[in-house]
Design a protein around this ligand. Structure first.
Ligand code: 13P
Length: 256
């Protein structure tokens, strides 16, 4: 059975005190998660160490810590960057790679993201690889080709085992991020099925069926159940609604 995952991407939000309160609140009210279910908190870098100690207290493997970014090199003269060994040292098990905000504001290319993917896999850290098209691309109806290129150039050099064991894909249409406009269940399912077919033709049906594909973009307690019930949607990468226990918990409850 594929893993069902709800990950909260806090982006550049919440103070240390607010973050602690949120994690404590969510963890204390979490249902007993099944073997195939995973909850991931992705706070800003500076909060990771503190959040790790809160999660350690719970010691539940099904609740994990993720980072929002990393640098591909293990150390060196990269002012302002954070390496994968540093992230591992504080207890990070997952890293978001290629979020559209990093692609857009920090000019991260498919080629550069490939380096991060390789470095994470070499360090045995799970990759949450983001893909997704802008509104222009959706309106031109070329979203499939666009997403295929993102995956081709950053992921499809991996071996089947690397992909299966270390990669989660998150489809996040840019036009749905932070806009309140969610992809319809048909649009989400269509793209997720397209991605899964791509994995099947590039690798195998076995690989395609094992990889979790998350949806992200204005996911909220009202639409999560319907989105997560789509055959190829295996959970969500949540932005705004992950910042409050009142909205994040119902999304976790929507995981089947
Ligand atoms: P919103 O849920 O705020 O639309 O953000 C989605 C996202 O970018 C998660 O990475």
């Amino acid at each position: 059975m594929r893993k069902k995952i709800v990950a909260g991407n806090w982006k550049m939000n919440l103070s240390l005190a607010e973050g602690k309160t949120l994690i404590e609140d969510v963890v204390s009210r979490l249902p007993l998660l099944a073997e195939h279910q995973q909850v991931i908190f992705c706070p800003p870098f500076i909060h990771l160490g503190n959040m790790a100690s809160i999660l350690d207290d719970g010691a539940d493997q099904r609740v994990s810590l993720g980072a929002q970014n990393c640098h591909p090199h293990p150390s060196g003269a990269y002012t302002g960057e954070i390496s994968i060994p540093m992230l591992k040292e504080v207890g990070v098990n997952y890293v978001i790679v290629g979020h559209s905000e990093r692609r857009q504001y920090f000019n991260e290319s498919n080629e550069f993201l490939k380096l991060k993917v390789d470095a994470l896999i070499a360090s045995d850290v799970q990759v949450i690889f983001c893909c997704g098209e802008s509104l222009d691309i959706r309106e031109a109806n070329t979203q499939n080709e666009f997403v295929a290129k993102q995956l081709q150039e950053s992921l499809f050099h991996l071996t089947p085992d690397q992909l299966k064991n270390n990669v989660i894909i998150a489809y996040e249409p840019i036009w749905a991020i932070g806009t309140g406009v969610t992809a319809s269940t048909e649009q989400a399912q269509e793209m997720h099925a397209y991605i899964r077919n791509l994995l099947s033709s590039q690798y195998s049906n076995d690989v395609a069926q094992s990889i979790s594909i998350l949806y992200g973009g204005s996911c909220n307690p009202t639409n999560a159940v319907e989105l997560f019930s789509c055959e190829d949607v295996d959970g969500g990468l949540i932005g705004g609604a992950a910042l409050k226990a009142e909205t994040f918990l119902p999304i976790i409850f929507a995981m089947d």
